[in-house]
Write a protein that binds this ligand. Sequence first.
Ligand code: 5GP
Ligand code: ZN
Length: 109
Amino acid sequence: MDTKDCIFCKIINNQTPSEIVYEDEKVIAFNDIYPKAPVHILVVPKKHIISLDHIELEDKDLVWNLISTAKKIAKDKNLSGYKLLINIGRKGGQIVDHLHIHLMGDPNR
Ligand code: 5GP
Ligand code: ZN
């Protein structure tokens, strides 16, 4: 698939609106459009990587960046406990073919 057809690349390139909660040079995070928890944020590398199955050794710092960003956002959102979920492949529940971590939690629990 061409990255110009990728919905998350469109969000990264400001061609599609989203509720961005965090952004730096390598990572963006925005609210999931169909939240399944009171806080449901997608933490996404700006580099178009199809899934966790497609990461290479050169992406190891990026994987750290994604996880540490999720941790930081969880703290900012007052989540003392939370879930991180990565769906991989259609049979793993992945719909958007651009690697992302679901960060889900409830600040009132
Ligand atoms: P997946 O099933 O691929 O792991 O999760 C994709 C997630 O992206 C879903 O939870 C879905 O609600 C979310 N999503 C799909 N399209 C958009 C969109 O255009 N904007 C936002 N913010 N989230 C989206
Ligand atoms: Zn993409």
